[in-house]
Design a protein around this ligand. Structure first.
Ligand code: SF4
Ligand code: SF4
Length: 315
């Protein structure tokens, strides 16, 4: 048993697969300081159409409540539209995690209309409502481009009062802090985004930085990696354990390999040997009862109010 398992008093086992999370590639038009998968414009890894067809067949077979598409910037995968269209036509609820700015790149500017036309839920990165803070994490051109895309999405019916779901994601700058209270921050975000930019959205999701990939590199460079891990461990909240996302999902990598979550993917920690590790050999019975592979990074999910791709676990 590792330190995390000892803390929770045993191993974590999965309880079902509500969400099929699909990472369609590691290429991104940005290279953020906190990126756990080291994504950037230099990355070439992309899910093939053959693998996407296997994901579609799997979704048709196990009927998850949600197909959650992530990357990289998913829009950079040339097969994304065919993938989304096929899933939506089959009746699956589809969510795409977007960095917004990808939709301003040449050849990708029709994505807001495409997503709206297919009723896709969007979860968009917006680490602050202040331009200078976003620029320090994601680069200078990110903020104005993100605002322009959010306005377009609002005009298409995304956000509060509209018919399409648009959630924003907050994560703290890499350093020694956990996210603040999600509900309180959501109130601030809603007020500031409306007053400053006339933008509306549905929910704010606060996500704790997980110390892997460039997030860990940044902590090491500032000599704070050990301190940050100690902060996460000392902020352990047992009430978050039942809601850990790895208990209710499986994550599929761009090459079809299976993981408990995107963070385990970043660490190359495939699913337990209790279950086949590739979509070609997917076994639902073994997968739903698998033991989850954990490590010190898991304390990021149980610190404070807890953290998942759906935001805080508590409250
Ligand atoms: S955090 Fe998101 S937007 Fe930033 S480099 Fe990684 S995948 Fe791209
Ligand atoms: S990092 Fe992944 S495996 Fe670990 S607790 Fe969080 S979701 Fe579960």
């Amino acid at each position: 048993m590792n330190e995390f398992d000892e803390k929770i008093g045993g191993v974590i086992t999965a309880e079902g697969i509500d969400t099929l999370q699909v990472n369609v590639g590691l290429a991104c038009n940005q290279a953020c300081t906190h990126c756990h998968l080291n994504c950037s414009p230099a990355r070439q890894e992309a899910m093939s159409w053959e693998t996407m067809k296997r994901v579609i067949a799997l979704a048709d077979s196990i009927k998850p409540a949600l197909v959650d598409i992530t990357g990289g910037a998913p829009e950079l995968n040339v097969h994304l539209k065919d993938f989304v269209t096929t899933l939506c036509e089959a009746g699956h609820r589809v969510l795409v995690r977007t960095n917004l700015t990808a939709m301003t790149e040449p050849g990708l500017t029709d994505y807001p209309d495409f997503f709206a036309g297919n009723g896709v839920d969007l979860v968009a990165s917006m680490p602050c409502y202040l331009e200078e803070n976003v620029a320090s994490m994601r680069g200078d051109r990110c903020f104005p481009a993100s605002i322009a895309v959010l306005k377009k999405l609002n005009a298409l019916g995304y956000g509060e009062g509209g018919h399409l779901s648009l959630d924003l994601v907050f994560n703290p700058a890499v350093g020694m802090s956990l996210p603040p209270c999600q509900a309180a921050l959501e109130k601030d975000y809603k007020r500031e985004m409306k007053e400053r930019y006339d933008i509306v959205f549905n929910r704010l999701l606060t996500i704790t930085n997980v110390p892997v990939g460039r997030s860990l590199d940044s902590l090491r460079e500032s000599g704070k990696d050990r301190q940050y891990l100690e902060l996460l461990a000392s902020s352990f909240n047992p009430a978050t354990v039942d809601g850990l996302m790895c208990r209710h999902q499986v994550n599929i990598g761009w090459d079809g390999r299976l993981y408990d979550c995107d963070f385990n993917q970043a660490l190359d920690l495939g699913v337990s040997r209790m279950a086949p590790g590739h979509i070609d050999e997917f076994d639902l019975d073994l997968m739903v009862h698998r033991r989850v592979i954990t490590g010190p990074h898991c304390f990021a999910c149980t610190a404070g109010a807890g953290s998942s791709c759906g935001g805080a676990i508590e409250g």
